[in-house]
Design a protein around this ligand. Structure first.
Ligand code: ATR
Length: 271
């Protein structure tokens, strides 16, 4: 049976094994998928051992995505730009690195939520690894304008420079956001993790704004609660992105696109 796994530290709360087993079940594929806790200094060894023992593919999560990028002997263009890899496959003796986070986010926004990116004014909050990982696929959808706002403005500026050849992108601090509402706001900061809100002016949100928090949980995130209170047309969380990035990894490994809608529902009911 083909073997797959997700490596991270911590890993016990990872939903990836559940998601991939559901994909396998619903698409009639026979495979195994495990969660593997890897020591902070043991990632390279663990990946080598996994592939040498016949493993076919790996998902990689915190804190190993940058190391996975370094280990990959081949990288897709979007992985190259992301500086991080969340999907590895072993093909013809090469470790192939891909980043499916951005595709997952874009697919969730466009297909599951029927929101638009093309020609829209978009705000992304945060400038860490999570945001860097999704910028290329978002810019590829050709928003009219992409504003990157971050507490540490220099980090947003560095990212905007890195991606400047890929679309219209500019950086700023929260206090410089102007009064016009954005069509779509995406929270890619880790503020929600600690129950905090990035200090966005409420004027960023208008009656037509969609708000997407890349975080998710059993309860609505603080960002989405705040956005709904400001009158956002729609709030979305990152559970769909999680399932869609997994579906893209599944496609890379199995050349088969699993149905995601029922899996999103099942996973949400189990949160
Ligand atoms: P990740 O891999 O989740 O992106 P990261 O690289 O540490 O983690 O980045 C975290 C992001 O969340 C950063 O943009 C951080 O802002 P700074 O660059 O100024 O540190 C942002 N962030 C974290 N807590 C925040 C808060 N309370 N308010 C606003 N931004 C916050």
């Amino acid at each position: 049976m083909d073997r797959y796994a997700v490596m991270g530290n911590p890993i016990q709360h990872s939903l990836s094994p559940h998601i991939h087993r559901l994909f396998a079940e619903t698409s009639g594929q026979s495979l195994s998928y495990e969660a593997m806790l890897v020591a902070e200094d043991g990632f390279t060894r663990a990946v080598d051992a996994f592939f040498q023992s016949g493993g076919k593919g790996l998902n990689v999560t915190v804190p190993f995505k940058e190391q996975a990028w370094q280990m990959a002997t081949k990288r897709s263009q979007r992985a190259e730009l992301a500086g991080a890899v969340n999907t590895l496959s072993f093909v013809d003796n090469e470790i192939c690195g891909e980043n499916t986070d951005g595709v997952g986010l874009v697919r969730d926004i466009l297909q599951n939520h029927q929101c638009q990116i093309k020609g829209k004014r978009i705000l992304i909050v945060g400038a860490g690894g999570a945001v860097r990982g999704v910028l290329a696929p978002i810019l590829a959808e050709e928003p009219a304008e992409l504003v990157l706002a971050n507490r540490t403005v220099s980090k947003a500026e560095t990212l905007a420079t890195h991606f400047q050849d890929h679309g219209k992108i500019q950086a700023c601090g929260f206090e410089l956001l102007d009064d016009r509402p954005f069509d779509l706001l995406i929270n890619g900061s880790s503020a929600s993790l600690s129950g905090q809100l990035p200090p966005l002016p409420s004027t960023c949100i208008g009656p037509y704004s969609g708000c997407y928090d890349m975080m998710y949980g059993a309860k609505q995130t603080v960002f989405n609660t705040w956005a709904a209170q400001q009158g956002a047309a729609k709030v979305m969380d990152g559970l769909g992105m999680l399932v869609e990035q997994a579906a893209e990894a599944f496609f890379i490994w199995r050349q088969l696109r699993p149905e995601t809608g029922p899996v999103i529902k099942t996973i949400r009911n189990n949160l």
